[in-house]
Design a protein around this ligand. Structure first.
Ligand code: ITT
Ligand code: NA
Length: 199
């Protein structure tokens, strides 16, 4: 049986495959790229959960298959939670990770180390063609560096140092990141829900 990964972000696909590989789900995970005729989902929600559900529900309806989706981002305390759901297009162009990160660092240049708390958030949604839907969330708390460090991961990973770590997310191995990340937590929490609803 097939389960659609309702994302066009290649870095998310890599992480989701690794996170779900250990779950023992007897499902074939198929990326949204296998359905190029389905238009991009407009993320019109006002929360990570709403946007994740929009993506999962749209793909489940369009394919007739169960779908899971990820909506995620970086929430900076001193910015009142921004970039938040706008993380992927903070500097204007959707998915321009370097421009997004550079702009955020510039916006925080005057903020001292005591006031650089931030967290990654991830909403993991499951939608079935019959209309059933569920969503769970995960977080990774940390502080923001003044300069990027590391080459792993994607997005804002080079500037987020998880609490209790001396390295940024981009300096962790993929296994280390997935073990503590917002995405790892959210999707490990979604696994029993997938089992319950898909049998
Ligand atoms: P899909 O909607 O197709 O899944 P997307 O890239 O548009 O792909 P989002 O709207 O959820 O996905 O935006 C996620 C953004 O949040 C991403 O571009 C990064 O800037 C940031 N982000 C999410 N998870 C991250 C992580 O694990 N490490 C670093 N940055 C992350
Ligand atoms: Na989004």
């Amino acid at each position: 049986r097939r389960l659609i990964l309702a994302t066009r972000n290649a870095n998310k696909v890599i992480e989701l495959r690794a996170i779900l590989a250990g779950a023992g789900l007897d499902l074939e995970l198929v990326g949204a790229d296998a359905y190029p005729e389905i238009p991009d989902v407009k993320e019109t929600g006002t929360s990570f959960a709403e946007n994740a559900l929009l993506k999962a529900v749209t793909l489940a309806r369009a394919t007739g298959l169960p779908a899971i989706a990820d909506d995620s981002g970086l929430c900076v305390d001193v910015l009142g939670g921004a970039p938040g759901i706008f993380s992927a297009r903070w500097a204007g162009r959707h998915g321009d990770d370097k421009a997004n990160l550079d702009l955020l660092l510039a916006q925080l240049s005057d903020i001292d180390d005591e006031h650089r708390a931030a967290h990654f958030a991830c909403a993991a949604a499951l939608a079935l063609p019959d209309g059933r839907e569920r969503v769970v969330e995960g977080r990774l708390e940390g502080t923001l560096r003044h300069e990027p460090a590391g080459t792993g991961g994607f997005g804002y990973d080079p500037i987020l140092q998880p609490n209790g770590e001396t390295r940024t997310c981009a300096e962790l191995t993929p296994e280390e990141k997935n073990a503590i990340s917002h995405r790892g937590k959210a999707f490990r929490a979604l696994v029993p829900v997938v089992r319950e609803l898909l049998g």
